[in-house]
Write a protein that binds this ligand. Structure first.
Ligand code: SF4
Ligand code: MG
Length: 365
């Protein structure tokens, strides 16, 4: 599949009076068209900040301090959004990926960015259910987005599209005239998803949209959004601290720790054979070199202060397998093994120059 989004060496700092907080540190990844990427990690690991940076929603005191975010729009012949065709800069484009033209998202002007949002990327944030306007009907909130971005649509077409969208997310069309307070939490969440889908974006980013909902409703919502994304070949980045939610529904999973991406692999590989000691911890197990893997709940200790990150591996103070190079050398994200080049891990255990160790599989549990 084609690459849709390519993030290269992205770093974000929050500038505070007592020092810069290095929230995202040198993160690189690619997302393919229609791919579902689950982004996991403890709170404060930089996953939300990464999403804000990619969608150009960072606000001071947060600033991108390095890297690039490249977006590959569909070509004209593939039905590219006319807004992207007309409003995006010719200057910022470069032939980087299979001859397709990349847009440098970090360079878009405010008007270019308005065209880009919703029609290319839409974002559903934490506590999204409260993002609805309380004094507007759900129908009007959907048609507002259409009004702003689809000047070709008349009022009746907009209304028709709004009912269609509500149906897609499992809400009866007669709810068009309901106000948010007349809907349950789960239904409000669905309405927000309907708005995110309104312009058929290529990518939806959802940042823990479901944490306020009970677990059953959370699963339903995640199932719904991933079904819809598969149906429309929309790519999805789904952010949550709950790795178990992601395993069944994502194609790929990326795990962040202390601002770094420390493992990225298919869901199946993460589930069957995580590589990074921290990934084990998130799967409620802990590896040991000698003897069986221990089941455990939670990972002892806490992440490092992102104002003063220690040398070497950011996980070393909590890692039961830390060895000498971990205190001095920062591990980089690389293929874990020759057999599985797609499974990327940032840990010296997999660097044959430093270690001949390897950690056992959770299938041994
Ligand atoms: Fe543990 Fe060292 Fe791997 Fe870091 S690099 S996760 S400290 S073994
Ligand atoms: Mg967050």
């Amino acid at each position: 599949k084609d690459i849709l989004l390519e993030v290269n060496n992205l770093s974000v700092d929050y500038f505070a009076s007592n020092g810069a907080v290095h929230a995202v540190r040198d993160v690189s990844f690619v997302l393919r068209r229609g791919e579902i990427l689950g982004l996991a990690g403890e709170s404060g690991c930089g996953k939300s900040t990464l999403a804000y940076a990619v969608s150009r929603l960072l606000r001071p005191p947060a600033y991108v301090t390095g890297g690039e975010v490249l977006y590959y729009p569909r070509g004209r012949e593939e039905g590219a959004s006319p807004l992207v065709q007309s409003k995006l800069p010719k200057s910022g484009r470069a032939n980087k990926n299979n001859g397709s033209e990349a847009i440098d998202v970090l360079q878009l002007s405010p008007s270019e960015l308005r065209a880009f949002r919703w029609s290319e990327i839409s974002i559903v944030f934490q506590s999204a259910m409260n993002a609805l306007n309380p004094v507007m009907t759900v129908g009007d909130q959907i048609t507002d987005v259409l009004k702003a971005h689809r000047p070709d649509m008349g009022p009746s077409q907009r209304k028709k599209r709004a009912s269609e969208l509500l149906n897609l997310v499992g809400i009866a069309a007669d709810r068009l005239n309901s106000y948010p307070h007349e809907l349950s939490g789960g239904m409000r969440q669905r309405a927000v998803i309907a708005i995110a889908l309104a312009l058929n974006p290529e990518l939806i980013i959802m940042d823990e949209p479901t944490t306020a909902l009970d677990v059953v409703v959370q699963r339903e919502i995640l199932q719904l959004i991933s079904d819809l994304c598969r149906e429309f070949s929309t790519a999805l980045i789904f952010i949550t601290h709950d790795l178990s939610l992601l395993l069944e529904l994502s194609d790929q999973i990326a795990i962040m720790y202390a601002g770094k991406m420390i493992e990225k692999a298919s869901s199946q590989d993460i589930y069957e054979h995580p590589r990074h000691p921290y990934s084990y911890g998130l799967l409620n197990a802990f590896p040991s070199l000698h003897g069986p893997i221990r089941k455990m709940v939670g990972i002892p200790g806490s992440p490092p202060d992102l104002r003063a990150i220690p040398s070497g591996c950011p996980f070393r103070e909590r890692c039961p397998l830390a060895f000498e190079p971990c205190t001095t050398v920062v591990p980089s994200l690389q293929s874990a093994t020759a057999e599985k080049p797609q499974q990327l891990v940032s840990c010296h255990l997999y660097d044959s120059r430093l270690s001949s160790r390897g950690i056992p599989s959770t299938t041994d549990l």
